[in-house]
Design a protein around this ligand. Structure first.
Ligand SMILES: [Fe+2]
Length: 568
């Protein structure tokens, strides 16, 4: 397996620009209070007191302080009329950090750091990348400290990013971008590197997780793209080295991480299947829990994410399957490293965590999903598990979602439908030996504007029956995720937050310590607005009303996934 499972590079799921600030702007600390620039001399004074403006709801408690020196990026690529679409425009500079002004009130219990990862740099010199998922990883940090908010962002120093900066060209295979060989011999060498895995990217631009032992790791779909970072400084500390001999070059970009363990899937491209592996907190060694043999062919289905229940791991086998041949091509194919095989059908497998045995394997309707939301067990009156319920953000089995996340399409966004409609897809997997499972919308997709992705939920309900999911939804007539939505899976209703012209990123739920209600907490998101600017946004998890926002020094690109690092 070893060498061929090498063949897969990164797939990153889902996952803009402002008026230009000069270096001088940044160094002069650049934050405005009531529309007036605050001088450096006044900053410390203002820092020590709260300034309340006309509106009783608007209070400015802090100002930016001590911005980091600007580090120049490679020469910016082509600037066009999409310049203000800050979500899809490379980050302005490699790093920044400082304190933000807060409008509203940050709950005093919210102490810790929200980290968000995502592709934030889509060019090398004058060469512009084509797809959202190609960008070099940009980490953003929101640090909450007794009502104050500190922000920072920084590029992850992957080998792929460092090589691009040094050589001013693409050096590793990204999602759709492939290094151009200088000659035929170089081409042959590139193929050899592909089979060895050497040419695969380590651009960890998809997610970030806090392991049970406190280490914070950025991830993508290549195993080599597991990179340890410092959540306080955003320093790149080095590769996360797995100490086992499991091999393989790809894994799910979304492991299930708890204080006790790290669960993930390793696709086997030679004998189509998946290894379900577990890594105990405090170790670097993955151990095999069990194996799922694929029922369809010719290759395993893409497993960007998967869900678990309290006692089971649910392994999806999607008809969007890995394709080694596509990887060998010099130019992207419509489905990139995948192929759609509807004739080989779609399946869901259930593995017992304790034994590693497959306890259910059912055919289900065709589906396309990047992200599972959660799963749980249904029981009868005697406590026997009768079915597994697994929810995901489902794109109506329409694979064009992958192509439509090309930057050119995103930058030409007109406010109309541009993506396949999406829904909360609810699988029901019977546990009585039945050969078929079902897939239906958990609620009317019009509740969330027929857009749906980038989900989160209360982590205390992982694998358990739950009621609320938070996601990016859509505001009709557009189905591109331009809202934040709170979905009530019991009442089958959604509450939506919408700011016209803005693109929000993943709404991340943080429960209030000691909370007893599932939705008692806050939802954190980062917004890229129509003026090319950006801000952090806090919504009340229960009412879904805004409780605070804080403007960034400049708009940031769209991001993908985050994690919460509580204050210790
Ligand atoms: Fe993802």
């Amino acid at each position: 397996m070893a060498s061929l499972s090498l063949m897969f590079s990164s797939i990153k799921p889902f996952s803009y620009y402002s008026t230009k600030l000069t270096t001088h702007d940044m160094e002069s600390s650049s934050f405005l209070a009531g529309g007036k620039r605050i001088s450096t001399e006044k900053k410390n004074t203002i820092l020590s007191r709260k300034v309340v403006f006309g509106s009783p709801r608007l209070s400015i408690s802090n100002v930016a302080s001590r911005p980091t020196p600007v580090v120049a990026l490679p020469k910016q690529g082509i600037q066009t009329n999409y310049e203000k679409l800050v979500a899809w425009t490379s980050v302005k500079q490699e790093r920044w950090q400082g304190e933000l002004q807060v409008q509203g009130q940050i709950p005093l219990w919210l102490n810790g750091t929200y980290l968000r990862n995502g592709p934030g740099l889509w060019h090398i010199g004058d060469y512009n990348f084509r797809h959202l998922f190609d960008g070099y990883a940009t980490l953003v940090r929101l640090h909450f400290d007794n009502g104050r908010l500190f922000m920072g962002h920084r590029q992850i120093e992957s080998e792929a990013y460092k090589a691009a900066k040094k050589n001013n060209k693409l050096c590793y295979r990204e999602f759709s971008e492939i290094p151009k060989p200088d000659n035929f011999l170089a081409y042959i060498g590139d193929l050899a590197n592909l089979f060895s895995g050497a040419s695969l990217t380590d651009n960890a631009n998809t997610g970030v997780v806090k392991l049970g032992d406190g280490r914070v790791v950025c991830l993508t779909e290549t195993v080599k793209g597991s990179i340890v970072i410092d959540p306080d400084t955003l320093d790149t500390l080095g590769k996360f080295e797995y100490s086992d001999n499991l091999g393989g070059l790809i894994h799910s970009a979304h492991p299930i991480v708890t204080d006790r363990e790290f669960l993930t899937l390793l696709p086997d491209l030679i004998n189509p299947g998946y290894l379900v592996v577990r890594m105990e907190a405090g170790t670097n060694e993955r151990k095999v829990m069990g194996r799922v043999n694929c029922r369809g062919r010719p290759a395993p289905g893409w497993v960007h994410s998967f869900p678990v229940t309290e006692h089971y791991v649910v392994v999806p086998e999607m008809p969007l399957r890995y394709c080694a041949q596509n990887l060998l091509k010099a130019e992207p194919t419509p489905l990139f490293k995948f192929e759609w095989h509807p004739h080989s059908k779609a399946y869901m497998h259930v593995m017992c965590k304790a034994s590693g045995n497959i306890v259910a394997s059912v055919e289900v309707p065709l589906y396309v999903t990047f992200h599972f939301i959660n799963a749980y067990e249904e029981q009868d009156e005697d406590g026997r598990v009768t079915a597994i319920i697994a929810d995901c953000c489902e794109h109506n089995a329409d694979t064009t979602i992958l192509q439509k996340l090309a930057l050119q399409d995103l930058r030409s966004f007109s406010g109309q439908d541009i993506l396949p409609d999406a829904r909360v897809g609810r699988f029901k997997i019977p546990m009585d030996g039945s050969p078929y499972g079902s897939l239906e919308a958990a609620l009317d997709p019009n509740e969330h504007g027929r857009g749906m992705d980038m989900c989160s939920m209360n982590p205390a309900f992982l694998g358990k029956k739950y009621r609320y999911a938070y996601a990016c939804g859509a505001h009709r007539p557009c189905n591109f995720p331009n809202t934040l939505t709170k979905i009530d899976l019991v009442e089958k209703k959604a509450k939506n937050w919408f700011d016209e012209g803005s693109i929000p990123s993943e709404p991340f739920f943080v429960p209030r310590p000691g909370a007893t209600e599932e939705d008692d907490g806050v939802v954190i998101s980062m917004i890229s607005d129509k003026k090319g600017e950006g801000y952090a946004l806090l919504l009340d998890g229960s009412t879904f009303e805004e409780i605070a926002r804080a403007k960034f020094p400049y708009g940031l690109p769209y991001g993908l996934h985050g994690c919460w690092v509580p204050k210790t």
